[in-house]
Design a protein around this ligand. Sequence first.
Ligand SMILES: [Zn+2]
Length: 160
Amino acid sequence: MDSADTSVQGFHEQGVYPCPACRLGQIQALSLMDAMACNACRHIFTANLERQWLLMVDRSPPLVWHWNGRNWTGAHVEGVKLGWRYWLNAVAFVLLPPVLIGLSAYIVTDSGAPLPLLSIVWTGLTFLFHLALIGRSVIGFYRFPVGTYFSVMGRNLLSR
Ligand SMILES: [Zn+2]
C-alpha cells in the first residue's frame, strides 16, 4: 500500500505499476514509444486503456493481465484458455503410458509370480517423466518466469 495515490485509480500510461510478469520490478512508459517496460525483467508491454488490459507483447501469443484498480489479475493467453480438453489430454498423457507398461508387464509375468522389479521401476519412471513434461507445459503456458524471478531476487540481495 505504499503507492496509495495510484492504487485505487484506473490504469493509465503515465503511471508506474508493479510488474505482473516478475512481480519484483516496476513497469512504466517507454519514452517516444507506445509501450511500457519492466525495469527488472525487461519485458515489453502495451496497454489497452479502455479495457484496462496489459499485454505482454514480447511473447506470442501475448499474455494478458487485467488491472482491477489495485493490482493485476488473471494472467492468460489472449483468446486461449486451458480448458477441460487440455486437462483430459494431460491426464491421459500422464496415466496411459505407465498403465500400458505396467499392464504388459503384468500380462507377460506368470500369474501369481511377483512383477519383476525392473517393470515396477520402469512404470514409476514413465509416470514421473510424463508428469514432469505436463508440469513444464503448464508452467510454459503461463510462462511464470521462474528463472527471472530468482535472478532478480539474487540481484536484489547482492545489491543490499
Ligand atoms: Zn518484470
